[in-house]
Design a protein around this ligand. Structure first.
Ligand code: NDP
Length: 453
C-alpha cells in the first residue's frame, strides 16, 4: 500500500523532473540522467523528508553556472573554423568542480549537463573532496594533425582559462581528449597565467606532472568493481568470456585488467564496427592500433588472422558472461539487452557514462543480470585524478603499485557503500539506487550544512 510519505516523495520527485523538462527544452540526455537519479531517491525522501524541505534536489539540478564560448582556430591550410566550447560548473559543495572535457561533434548543452550532473554523484562516491563539472566542444579531433589539435586546444584554453584553477575547477580528459590534448592545454594555461599551476588539470603526461596509473584507472577500476560484484555471488572474473565496447582510454584498460585476471576478451569495438576472436583478442595489438597508430579497429586483422571484423551488426550479439559497455551514452538499448540475456550474460558493468538506456537497464534487472552502474563502476578514473591533485599539492609522488592499491580500496569501498545503502533503503541488490542514494546523501548533507545558496 502506498503511504502518505511515499506519495509526497513521489510527487516531489515528479515535480522536479517536470520543472527540469520545462526549463531545459530539448535536452533529452540531461532529463534521462536527472530522471534516473531522482526516481531512485524516493525511498530516501520518504524517510528523510527534510531534504525536500531544503529543496536540495531542485538546487542540485540547476548548475552553479553554464559557460559557452566561441572557439575560432585555423587548420593546416589556413582555413578558419568556428566551434563551440562548453563548461558546466554544476556543484562545488564538497570540493572544486571536477570533470572531464569531451571533444566530439555530438557535444552540446544536453550532453555536457548530463555528464556534469552525474559527475557530482560519482565524485562524491569516491570520498575525495571534489565537486561536479564537465565540458568540451563540438570539435571533431578525428583526422586532425597534431598542429591542428594544438591550435584548437590553445584557442579553447584562451577562454576556458578564465574559469578554472586548482581550487576552482579542475578539468581532465574524456572522449576525444587524452594526454596529448591535456598537455597542450597545460602549456597554454601556464602561458596565460604566468604561473605553473600543475593542479589545474588532471590526466597530464607523467613528465608534465601527471600521476602514474591515471591512464589505466577508469578501465582497471571498472574491472575491480566487477570483481566486487562477482565476489558477492561467490564468483570472479577468472575464466569468464568478456566483451568490451569501444577501444579508447576506458575500454583498453578494462580489457587489459580483465585479461590479467584470467578472463578471455572475445570482442571489442570502435565507431566503425567490432572485432571478434573466440580464443581471445590480443590487447597489446589493439593498444598499438588505437593509441599509437590512431587507426580504426579493422586494422587488427593485420595482427590476428583468426579474428573477424564486423562492420554491420552490434557487439552485443556476441555470446559472453560479462559485458562492459565502455564507449558512449545510450549505446546499449533494450534489444541489445534482450540479446545479451538470451546469450546468457550474468553481469553488465558500465565503464562509460550512461551507456545503457533506461529500458535496457530495466530488462537486465528484471532478468536477474547483475548491473554495475557507471556512476559507481567508472569512478576509478576521477578517484585517481583526485590522487593526482593530492600529489601535485604535496609534491610527493606515489608508485604505480601504491596507487593501484588505493584504487582497489576505493572501488571496494564504493561497492560496499552502494550495496549497503541499497539494503538500508529496502532495494537490496539494486546498485543503481544504492549508489545514487549514498552519493546524494553525502552532497545533500553538506549543502544543508552550508546554508541556502
Ligand atoms: P575515448 O575517446 O578514449 O574512446 C571512446 C571509444 O569509443 C573510441 O574507441 C570510439 O571509437 C568508441 N566509440 C564511440 N562511439 C561508439 C559507438 N557508438 N560504438 C562503438 N564504439 C564507439 O573515450 P574514453 O574511453 O575516455 O571514454 C569512453 C566513455 O567512458 C565515455 O562515456 C566517457 O564519458 C566515460 N568515462 C571516461 C573516463 C576517463 O577517464 N576517460 C572516466 C569515466 C567515464 P573511435 O576510436 O572510432 O572514435
Amino acid at each position: 500500500m502506498t503511504t502518505i510519505k511515499q506519495k509526497k516523495a513521489e510527487s516531489y520527485v515528479n515535480n522536479v523532473i517536470e520543472q527540469v523538462k520545462e526549463k531545459n527544452p530539448n535536452q533529452p540526455e540531461f532529463y534521462q540522467a536527472v530522471q534516473e537519479m531522482a526516481h531512485s531517491l524516493i525511498p530516501l525522501f520518504e524517510r528523510v523528508p527534510h531534504y525536500m524541505d531544503y529543496a536540495i534536489l531542485e538546487r542540485m539540478v540547476e548548475p552553479d553556472r553554464m559557460i559557452t564560448f566561441r572557439v575560432a582556430w585555423s587548420d593546416d591550410d589556413g582555413v578558419i573554423h568556428v566551434n563551440r566550447g562548453f563548461r558546466v560548473q554544476f556543484n562545488n559543495a564538497i570540493g572544486p568542480y571536477k570533470g572531464g572535457l569531451r571533444f566530439d561533434p555530438s557535444v552540446n548543452e544536453s550532453i555536457v549537463k548530463f555528464l556534469g550532473f552525474d559527475q557530482i554523484f560519482k565524485n562524491a562516491l569516491t570520498d575525495q573532496a571534489i565537486g561536479g563539472g564537465k565540458g568540451g566542444s563540438d570539435f571533431d579531433p578525428k583526422g586532425k594533425s597534431d598542429m591542428e589539435i594544438m591550435r584548437f586546444t590553445q584557442s579553447f584554453m584562451n577562454e576556458l582559462s578564465k574559469y578554472i584553477g586548482p581550487n576552482v575547477d579542475v578539468p581532465a580528459g574524456d572522449i576525444g581528449v587524452g594526454g596529448r590534448e591535456i598537455d597542450f592545454m597545460v602549456g597554454q594555461y601556464k602561458r596565460l597565467r604566468g604561473a605553473f599551476e600543475k593542479g589545474a588539470f588532471t590526466g597530464k603526461g607523467i613528465d608534465v606532472g601527471g600521476s602514474l596509473m591515471r591512464t589505466e584507472s577508469t578501465g582497471y577500476g571498472a574491472v575491480y568493481f566487477a570483481e566486487q560484484m562477482l565476489k558477492h555471488e561467490e564468483s570472479d572474473v577468472e575464466g569468464k568470456k568478456v566483451i568490451v565496447s569501444g577501444a579508447g582510454k576506458v575500454s583498453l584498460y578494462a580489457m587489459e585488467k580483465a585479461v590479467e585476471l584470467g578472463a578471455t576478451v572475445v570482442a571489442c569495438s570502435d565507431s566503425s564496427g567490432y572485432i571478434f576472436n573466440e580464443d581471445g583478442l590480443d590487447v597489446s595489438a589493439i593498444k598499438q592500433i588505437k593509441e599509437e597508430e590512431r587507426k580504426q579497429i579493422s586494422s587488427y586483422l593485420d595482427y590476428d588472422e583468426n579474428a573477424t571484423f564486423h562492420e554491420e551488426g552490434r557487439i552485443w550479439e556476441v555470446k559472453c558472461d560479462l559485458a562492459f559497455p565502455c564507449a558512449t551514452q545510450n549505446e546499449l538499448d533494450e534489444d541489445d539487452a534482450k540479446q545479451l540475456v538470451e546469450n546468457g550474460v550474468t553481469a553488465v558493468v558500465e565503464g562509460a557514462n550512461m551507456p545503457c538506456t533506461e529500458k535496457a537497464i530495466q530488462y537486465l534487472q528484471n532478468n536477474d543480470v547483475r548491473f554495475g552502474p557507471g556512476k559507481a563502476a567508472n569512478a576509478g578514473g576521477v578517484a585517481v585524478s583526485a590522487l593526482e591533485m593530492a600529489q601535485n599539492s604535496s609534491r610527493v609522488y606515489w608508485s604505480f603499485d601504491e596507487i593501484d592499491g588505493m584504487l582497489k580500496d576505493i572501488m571496494a569501498d564504493i561497492y560496499k557503500k552502494s550495496a549497503s545503502a541499497a539494503k538500508e533503503y529496502d532495494v537490496e541488490g539494486d546498485l543503481i539506487s544504492g549508489a545514487n542514494i549514498a552519493a546524494f546523501k553525502k552532497v545533500a548533507d553538506v549543502m544543508v550544512a552550508q546554508g541556502i545558496i
